[in-house]
Design a binder for this molecule. Structure first.
Ligand code: AMP
Length: 113
C-alpha cells in the first residue's frame, strides 16, 4: 500500500532498525519503545490488521508468533516476554498494517491499560 509506513519499511523506503527479515516477515525495533526490548514483527503483505488476514494465509499468523519466540531467545528474554496484537480502535491499534509487539526486559503488569 502506497501510504502505509510499515509497507515502506518492508520495501526499504523508510529507515528502521531491522533485526530480522525473510521472504514473508520483517522485525524491527519500535520507534517509541515501551520496554527495554520492543520489537514489531510484521508480514510483508499488507493486511490492515488481524481481522483482515484471509483464511488461506492463516499459516502466516503462526510464523509471526514463531519469529517472536525465536527473537525472544536471541534478545536474551529468558525471564519472559509479552506478545501483543492491538486490533482496531478499542484495541489501541494506530498503524493499519498487521503487527505483533514483542516486549521484554522488564516485568510486565496486568491488566494492560
Ligand atoms: P499500534 O498502536 O499497536 O498500532 O502500534 C504501532 C506501533 O508502531 C507503535 O508502538 C509505534 O511506536 C510504532 N511505530 C510507528 N511508526 C514507526 C516507525 N516508523 N518505526 C518503528 N516503529 C514505529
Amino acid at each position: 500500500m502506497a501510504d502505509c509506513i510499515f509497507c515502506k519499511i518492508a520495501a526499504g523506503e523508510l529507515p528502521a532498525d531491522v533485526i530480522h527479515q525473510d521472504a514473508d516477515l520483517l522485525a524491527f525495533r519500535d520507534l517509541n519503545p515501551q520496554a527495554p526490548v520492543h520489537v514489531l514483527v510484521i508480514p510483508r503483505t499488507h493486511w490492515s490488521g488481524l481481522d483482515a488476514v484471509p483464511a488461506d494465509a492463516e499459516a502466516t499468523l503462526g510464523r509471526l508468533l514463531a519469529v517472536c519466540r525465536t527473537l525472544a531467545v536471541r534478545l536474551g528474554l529468558s525471564a519472559g516476554y509479552r506478545v501483543v496484537v492491538n486490533s482496531g480502535a478499542d484495541g489501541g491499534q494506530t498503524v493499519g498494517h498487521l503487527h505483533l509487539h514483542l516486549l521484554g526486559g522488564r516485568g510486565m503488569t496486568w491488566p494492560p491499560g
